[in-house]
Design a protein around this ligand. Structure first.
Ligand SMILES: C[S@@+](CC[C@H](N)C(=O)[O-])C[C@H]1O[C@@H](n2cnc3c(N)ncnc32)[C@H](O)[C@@H]1O
Length: 184
């Protein structure tokens, strides 16, 4: 696995295999299915520029969120603390299918708190698969679709339906994460 380091001159916390997986996953659904990409965790925006390009080329909306602003300009950046929820006027999250990318503070909590707030035909990408986000953190309503060594894409079982998962999950994965203290 090769850590990218910087992309477009901005630090990025991904491996090349992760970008390859994004391209593969986005291509594997009909062109007009996903209407938006939202990134949780901008950092310095290396991945944001990649996702912005993906969204622009595919005519999707794009937003990236962080509680701390990046040092340099990042397109579509919103300074928000995810523990306070998302702007109420972002109704597209519920109204249209899209891809949510969880790559900030507490990934099990992000997935658990947000998957039911978005359209049922969404995908949820989670970074740090196998380290910060593990099989036991997958809510029981979701199932894996595709993964690289460090990113996994999940979707609702009824949305993925007959699409086959190519993710190897150990036997004991069905213990769902619960964050009762979350305000969301
Ligand atoms: C691993 S970095 C994101 C890396 C970026 N996606 C990339 O690939 O280059 C995680 C980011 O999550 C942000 N973060 C942590 N907790 C947060 C919260 N509660 N709300 C919003 N952002 C948060 C941090 O400020 C940090 O910049």
């Amino acid at each position: 696995m090769k850590n990218i380091g910087t992309l477009y001159g901005r630090p990025i916390g991904q491996f090349w295999e992760d970008l390859e997986l994004w391209e593969y996953v986005l291509n594997s659904f009909p062109e007009d299915h996903f209407q938006w990409i939202v990134e949780f965790g901008t950092f310095q925006g290396g991945m944001s520029f990649f996702l912005y390009g993906q969204a622009w080329a595919r005519r999707m909306k794009f937003y990236t969120i962080d509680k701390n602003p990046p040092e340099k300009f990042v397109p579509c950046f919103n300074q928000l603390d995810l523990r306070n929820g998302l702007p109420k006027h972002w109704t597209f999250l519920k109204d249209e299918p899209g891809v949510l990318f969880c790559d900030n503070g507490n990934k099990p909590a992000e997935v658990y708190n947000y998957y039911s707030l978005i359209h049922p035909s969404c995908l949820i990408g989670v970074h740090d698969w196998g380290t910060e986000f593990n099989p036991r953190d997958i809510p029981s309503e979701l199932r894996p679709y595709r993964s690289s060594a460090t990113t996994i894409f999940l979707g609702r079982s009824d949305f993925l339906n007959e699409l086959e998962s190519e993710v190897d999950i150990p036997e004991h994965w069905e213990r769902p994460y619960r964050d009762e203290s979350s305000p969301i």
